[in-house]
Design a protein around this ligand. Structure first.
Ligand code: GDP
Ligand code: MN
Length: 344
């Protein structure tokens, strides 16, 4: 009796602020994931958590993309777990495949050579996925009317209640790129990525902004820091990926062949582009979103944030790692200084 009443009152109070926030009109935004039919359990788990933590108050659509047809079992399984609208899309054939600039024989050799050098070293499909998420996902017809996307993946965890709309937060603050975890990339997967980037910079100086956060990815000695934003979580103003500069950069990378001859990931590619083409005040660390993707996790330690989470603040990767510290410490530099770093 009394306890139930107390529960319902606190429930009402706890729920009230979130309900208020959701009263506004949603932005043109969606949760987007590239998945296979075999990821059904994993993406159901993710969607369930995203709904619990945030999206039950907003009902932003889920857009799920696949290079194959989704099975009816997959679609049924997703629709059963969320009340938000769900769109299932197939990747257009010309967005998924070998880059026209590489030769099959050389790709075969590269996969053989890299088999034991790093994870997915010999995986062809992983490379198709990385190339797709670097250069094409933002061109999918289902994303045409979106201003923002929040990328989600199967089998990740969201630990914290989010009492506001991060899309709106991004828009109100003029933010372009939002991330959660920033580890260093494995050097062997990106051996020529920075040199290739330097060449693009020198050839396309007119596309560089007057000020940029490029020092996040390149140090004073013009050495690539390997720092990147882990793209399995990213909230992005899509006009960035649709920009002339980003497209030109992607085309340049695709011509260089490193998506196949090496194993360039969409994370380092997105990250170098963001650092090189944006200012620090356009990039945001969502510190308040506790998050786990196999390999790394982040849990907020600030008590105000931690109170809304079910993770352990002792998971302190983002408070101790060198790339996270570098993100906090480095500042924007001028185009002139950036060009100097690219020349060496
Ligand atoms: P990791 O996070 O780098 O270990 O790579 P994942 O295996 O998690 O792949 C990244 C994302 O791409 C996940 O959302 C996967 O479901 C998706 N993905 C990877 N390979 C394929 C593929 O061949 N087809 C489809 N449709 N999705 C894929
Ligand atoms: Mn993953």
């Amino acid at each position: 009796g009394c306890y139930a009443l107390y529960r319902s009152i606190t429930y009402f109070y706890n729920a009230a602020p979130a309900m208020e926030v959701s009263a506004g009109v949603n932005l043109r935004a969606a949760m987007v994931s590239l998945v296979r039919n075999s990821n059904l359990d994993g993406i159901r788990s993710t969607i369930r958590q995203v709904d619990d933590r945030f999206n039950r108050n907003y009902n932003y659509p889920y857009i799920l993309l696949n290079d194959e047809d989704f099975t009816s079992e997959f679609k049924k399984g997703i629709r059963a777990i969320t009340k938000a609208p769900v769109y299932f899309g197939k990747v257009p054939k010309d967005h998924w495949g070998l880059s026209p600039y590489v030769t099959e024989g050389k790709v075969k050799e590269a996969l053989e050579r890299n088999r034991d050098r790093y994870i997915y070293g010999d995986s062809y499909s992983y490379r198709l996925m990385c190339r797709y998420q670097s250069g094409f996902i933002h061109k999918h017809p289902l994303l045409k009317d979106l201003d923002y996307y929040w990328r989600i993946e199967p089998d990740v965890n969201y630990f914290c209640d989010l009492p506001y709309d991060p899309f709106r937060y991004m828009r109100d603050k003029g933010l372009i790129y939002g991330f959660n975890i920033s580890p260093p990339e494995k050097q062997a997967t990106v051996e020529t990525l920075w040199n290739t980037t330097q060449a693009w910079i020198m050839e396309n100086q007119e596309l560089l902004p007057e000020k940029s956060f490029i020092q996040w990815v390149v140090n004073e000695k013009a050495k690539y820091t390997l720092c990147h934003f882990w793209s399995n979580f990213e909230i992005v103003d899509l006009s960035f990926y649709r920009s002339e500069a980003y497209e030109s950069y992607f085309q340049h990378l695709d011509r260089a062949g490193g998506f196949f001859y090496e194993r360039w990931g969409d994370a380092p590619v997105h990250s170098i582009a963001a650092a090189m083409l944006l200012r620090k005040d356009q990039i945001h660390w969502f510190e308040d979103i506790g998050y786990h993707h196999p390999g790394y996790k982040h849990c907020p330690r600030n008590p105000e944030m931690a109170d809304r989470c079910i993770c352990k603040p002792s998971w302190n990767f983002m408070y101790t790692s060198s790339c996270a510290r570098r993100f906090n410490n480095v500042k924007d530099i001028s185009k002139k200084q950036a060009l100097k770093l690219a020349q060496i």
